[in-house]
Design a binder for this molecule. Structure first.
Ligand code: GLN
Length: 303
């Protein structure tokens, strides 16, 4: 298969698009990003990377970070994590507070904001925010084998100054006794984890541990990888998860920075980035590019 050729064709096609969606506006630093950009990178089971477009431009990974913090939280707490956060899709927006009242402060899953806040709060147990962020960065750097990966402090500051919705979620969870730390402490850590900057090439490399290929680095057990992938498939795109499964057929996790990490089990880790979002807060062209790639490679978990 001529993967390089396929990626070049996808990037060329995306360069022609005038309808690109709009960058997230509720985090002012993200609103300034040029929506004309598009990057794609794939690491195959033989360890080789293939990339096209702006694959080496750094972007804010935002909610894609929730995959790495979930892996860390499961490593630290094991199945005890599930007493605090569920495993069902929410069918609601990533930042919704609606179900929290009915479900008494136990978020539906670790990929919506409320669930990711609880997951980060779980990793914080026994450490300072600085140590916890160090552990998150270490995990990602080790996964990608790249020590240059860093946190974009301007993005973290920008979100902290405008993060009222997330403060509301954290306080509400705290009111139900499901947050162990002060909301400011947990959210300070969460906003910095979301502000990690990576390129598509770095993100695809960091995603290799989810491929479950004997040739690629393994940071967590094969069984745990399957479960993280299951949650990415059912919850990774919030209320757009069904649509992503239908169109792409691979587990994926999106972020409001416009990045998506997807996994073709046994075959490849894929990262795409385009800052313009669709109505559900997932990258508009990123989703299309994933769909094109899945169709041309035949990669799917559904046969
Ligand atoms: N930091 C963002 C927020 O909490 C992450 C959301 C996202 O990427 N969907 O709102």
């Amino acid at each position: 298969m001529d993967l390089r050729g396929i990626l070049d064709e996808i990037a060329a096609e995306m360069a022609t698009r005038s309808e690109r969606g709009a960058p997230a506006s509720y985090i002012p630093e993200l609103a300034r990003v040029d929506p004309g950009q598009f990057g794609i990178a794939v690491v195959t089971a033989d360890g080789r990377d293939h990339a096209a477009g702006d694959a080496d431009a750094a972007f804010s990974i935002q909610s894609v970070s929730k995959v790495f913090t979930l892996a860390l939280a499961l490593g630290k707490l094991g199945d005890r994590l599930w007493t605090r956060v569920g495993r069902e899709p929410s069918g609601l927006a990533f930042n919704s507070i609606l179900q929290l009242e009915h479900e008494k402060g136990r978020p539906r899953n670790p990929f919506i904001n409320s669930g990711a806040i609880v997951t980060t709060d779980a990793i914080l147990e026994g450490s300072t925010p600085r140590e916890t962020l160090g552990a998150i960065l270490r995990f990602i750097r080790e996964a990608a084998e790249d020590d240059a990966i860093h946190i974009d402090k301007a993005v973290a500051r920008s979100e902290t100054a405008h993060g009222h919705g997330n403060f509301a979620l954290a306080h509400y969870i705290k009111a139900h006794g499901n947050l162990r730390h002060a909301p400011e402490l947990t959210l300070g850590t969460y906003f910095h984890q979301c502000a990690i900057a990576m390129s598509c090439r770095q993100l695809a490399r960091a995603g290799r541990f989810l491929v479950n290929a004997p040739t690629l680095p393994r940071l967590v057990s094969a069984e745990r990888v399957r479960r993280i992938n299951a949650l990415m498939m059912t919850c990774g795109h919030y209320d757009g998860s069904g649509e992503f499964a239908f169109r792409v057929g691979l587990p994926g996790k999106s972020g409001v920075g416009g990045g998506i990490l997807a996994v073709a089990p046994g075959k490849a880790a894929i990262a795409v980035w385009s800052p313009g979002l669709n109505a559900r807060g997932n990258s508009a062209l990123g989703t299309e590019a994933m769909e094109m790639l899945a169709r041309r490679t035949g990669w799917s978990v559904f046969g």
